[in-house]
Design a protein around this ligand. Structure first.
Ligand SMILES: NC(=O)c1ccc[n+]([C@@H]2O[C@H](COP(=O)([O-])OP(=O)(O)OC[C@H]3O[C@@H](n4cnc5c(N)ncnc54)[C@H](O)[C@@H]3O)[C@@H](O)[C@H]2O)c1
Length: 391
């Protein structure tokens, strides 16, 4: 067993930020629920941000939310995102969209049409058709659209991409990914994650999108061609399910997926074997495996998958005819939320490319939606996606 203990290996992408504090960015938050707190906390750390407005469909929620963070001069008396975006006195530069999934597309389209840069929470939306409409609005606006995949800023995730790009694994032909949770339906935060009318996608949209991004980003986001998938609610509707807490009050409301499996063909002949779960009678549905002609990479699954790695990466390969394993220790975690927000602000300010662009996440979204549609039809489907340039 060869162990690389050299932490210098992780210094490759340390970015030094110089922030022009003379030019402030005027920021608004759309949807002031649970994840908006992480956005707010990260914005408050930025020296060039003025939090000028927020809105929520629930009257009074945005006001309370801003007060909780000590931001008392922001305007919050809007009935919804459209009212806030129509208020030209705000002179918004940027918004974070922190609504539940079904409200991602309308809010993103409204904001882009209003000429505002958008940080859109993951998953990008619910359907491929919505993703196309968002991209059209983005292109028309010329503004920055970044999708909220904070694991992208994790050095270990970046390492996986570096390993694949280095050629160490040879030509990649098969990927297994997914993982999940033994008991992890996110009900403590209310029901917007588990009801179809708000979430649209369950485990698929919550954590499946992270598993796909982990491998597709490493592979350079090849276009997905076909999907054969299933999605199901195995535990969510069970009133006796015990997860983070007692579930009986939620069982009747559960109308999304908590389990999914799929077989996906990518351009270039790569196969993706995917499974994800919010709950199962198993510790894991498998590690992420990236198999190539020269080496294979194991990315160990975690107990409660949320896009962040917990155990070292292992490369299985041959050295001078001997089969060996190289263990790559994990780099310490950075403040991913700071990096996510900062990279979005920098791109918006400088007109530089989106840190997590729709041109990539479009394919992630098309696979999630492809699994849902294939599951409904009970057979493999062709995705038949337009080229990004043609959207
Ligand atoms: N990046 C991450 O780590 C992470 C973690 C959790 C959740 N998320 C994502 O964040 C999103 C929100 O999750 P949450 O747990 O905060 O949900 P939530 O239900 O707690 O909050 C969403 C809020 O948006 C409001 N809203 C909906 N439509 C609106 C509109 N048109 N205008 C104004 N307000 C509107 C709702 O009233 C609600 O208060 C989801 O898409 C989820 O996938 C990301």
């Amino acid at each position: 067993m060869v162990k690389i203990a050299d932490q210098d290996a992780f210094k490759f992408d340390q970015t030094v930020h110089t922030v022009d504090t003379n030019r402030k960015m005027r920021v608004g938050i759309i949807g002031t629920g649970w994840i908006a707190e992480a956005h707010m906390a990260a914005y408050l750390k930025q020296p060039d941000v003025e939090l000028v407005a927020g809105c929520d469909l629930i009257p009074g929620k945005a006001k309370k939310f801003f007060e909780k963070f000590g931001v008392t001069n922001a305007k919050t008396d809007y009935a919804n995102d459209e009212e806030m975006l129509a208020d030209k006195s705000l002179q918004l530069d940027c918004v974070s969209i922190c609504t539940y999934n079904r409200q991602h597309a309308p809010c993103a389209i409204h904001a882009l049409n209003a000429g505002v840069n958008v940080l859109l929470e993951k998953p990008m939306c619910v359907t491929t058709e919505e993703a196309i409409e968002i991209i059209r609005a983005e292109k028309k606006s010329g503004k920055v659209l970044s999708i909220g995949f904070q694991p992208r800023f994790n050095k270990n995730m970046q390492k996986i991409k570096k390993i694949v790009e280095s050629g160490e694994l040879g030509d990649i032909y098969y990927v297994q990914t997914g993982g999940g949770r033994r008991r992890g339906i996110p009900t403590p935060f209310g029901t917007t994650f588990i009801e179809d009318e708000t979430a649209g996608l369950g485990a698929l949209g919550d954590i499946g999108c992270y598993s796909l991004d982990l491998v597709l980003n490493a592979l350079g986001y090849p276009k997905p061609l076909t999907v054969s998938g299933v999605k199901a609610a195995v535990f969510g509707t069970d009133p006796n399910y015990v997860g983070y807490g007692t579930h009986h009050e939620y069982g009747s409301k559960f109308t999304v997926d908590d389990w999914s499996a799929a077989f996906i063909r990518l351009e270039g002949g790569i196969i993706v074997d995917f499974r994800i779960s919010w709950a199962m009678n198993m510790d894991t549905s498998g590690d992420t495996l990236i198999l190539g002609t020269k080496g294979g990479l194991r990315v160990p699954s975690t107990e409660c998958w949320n896009g962040i790695l917990e155990k070292p990466l292992v490369i299985y390969h041959e050295v001078a005819g001997t089969q060996v394993e190289t263990v790559i220790p994990l780099a310490p975690n950075d403040d991913l939320w700071n990096l996510k927000i900062r990279s979005f602000l920098d791109a918006s300010k400088n007109g530089t490319p989106s840190p997590v662009p729709s041109s990539q996440i479009f394919y992630n979204q098309a696979i999630l939606d492809g699994i849902a549609k294939s599951s409904e039809l009970g057979r493999e489907i062709e995705l038949d996606l337009p080229e990004f340039d043609e959207i």
